[in-house]
Ligand binder design. Structure first.
Ligand code: C2E
Ligand code: CA
Ligand code: CA
Ligand code: CA
Length: 279
């Protein structure tokens, strides 16, 4: 086999083989974890930049592995996406988020919307709006209590199927957020046509604030255009008081990040909900 000639030799690198094996093992483990329901959602608040009032919260998935403990979505979401398992995981996230909202409602906590992350594959499946609607009905939750985050790169290409699905979801009363904004190549007019409600500026731009002029210039331009197009702006990954101060002067509407709170368990989140003003 090794005699197959130069360009082909790479296929038989042991490291690459190990990598494929590791991915396959991860895929098998994920299938099992879904069956065993080894996932939980943690929640991170999103607050008004001026008042610190919690406006919404983001649901972030974690895998509770029996041997390894909490595993970050960064490790398994890409594999779930490439294998199609993201469809089952996505359904699970939707279900868990709605069930959690319903629990909080029964505890008579002051509710705020919960945003869930949705992958491109889930949009392409064509039944997302229907599934969201079924879930809302099942748990008797108002559609305004759910928000959907889709990454800028996932909505690129502008194919009609995604546009129609987005419009259908929004028609239910669910807000649409553009995740990781600034890392893809969409134009603001495109986003307005798609009727997106909120832009979440990727944290690479937030981390530049106070270090270089570029971060500030970027935010300033995005905020003024977004507002002119009736969209709100959220800064992701706010970690310092200095970043917060700059974002206030730039009229960025909302912030999310460790400066306010790390993603927390549902129990801790209920305390934050009661507190309501988080800075
Ligand atoms: P994301 O949607 O951009 O979520 C924000 C990530 O940034 C989260 O990482 C959050 O914990 C982290 N973060 C928040 N504030 C700060 C901060 O101040 N500093 C820093 N350094 N990081 C901060 P996490 O929870 O590990 O999630 C990583 C990614 O996994 C998410 O990025 C999202 O793309 C994906 N993901 C998480 N949950 C789901 C899900 O239910 N479905 C799908 N499809 N993807 C998910
Ligand atoms: Ca997100
Ligand atoms: Ca993001
Ligand atoms: Ca991200």
């Amino acid at each position: 086999v090794k005699a197959a000639g130069k360009g082909h030799y790479n296929f038989f690198k042991p490291e690459l083989y190990a990598n494929i094996k590791a991915r396959f093992a991860m895929e098998q483990a994920l299938v099992q974890a879904i069956e065993l329901n080894q996932f939980v959602l943690h929640y991170q608040p999103r607050v008004n930049t001026i008042s610190g009032e919690m406006i919404s919260m983001e649901a972030l998935i974690r895998w509770i592995h029996p041997e390894r403990g909490l595993i970050s979505p960064i490790e398994f979401i890409p594999i779930a996406e490439s294998t199609g398992l993201i469809l089952a995981l996505g359904d699970m996230v939707m279900e868990k988020a709605c069930s959690q909202i319903s629990d909080w409602k029964n505890q008579q906590l002051p509710l705020v919307p919960v945003s869930i992350n949705v992958s491109a594959r889930q949009f392409h499946a064509g039944d997302l709006q229907k599934k969201l609607n079924v879930c809302l009905k099942k748990y008797e939750i108002d559609a305004t209590l759910l928000e959907v985050e889709i990454t800028e790169s996932a909505m690129m290409g502008e194919d009609n199927a995604i546009i129609a699905e987005l419009a259908a979801i929004r028609s239910l009363g669910i807000k649409l957020l553009v995740d990781d904004f600034g890392t893809g190549y969409s134009s603001l007019s495109q986003l307005q046509r798609l009727e997106m409600d909120v832009l979440k500026i990727d944290r690479v731009f937030t981390s530049e604030l106070g270090k270089s002029r570029e971060g500030e210039i970027f935010f300033k331009a995005i905020v003024s255009m977004a507002h002119a197009l009736n969209m709100g702006v959220v800064a992701e990954g706010v970690e310092t008081l200095e970043q917060l101060g700059i974002l206030r002067t730039l009229c960025c509407d909302e912030i999310q990040g460790y400066f306010i709170s790390r993603p927390v368990t549902p129990e801790t989140m209920s305390e934050l909900m009661l507190q309501r003003y988080l800075m």
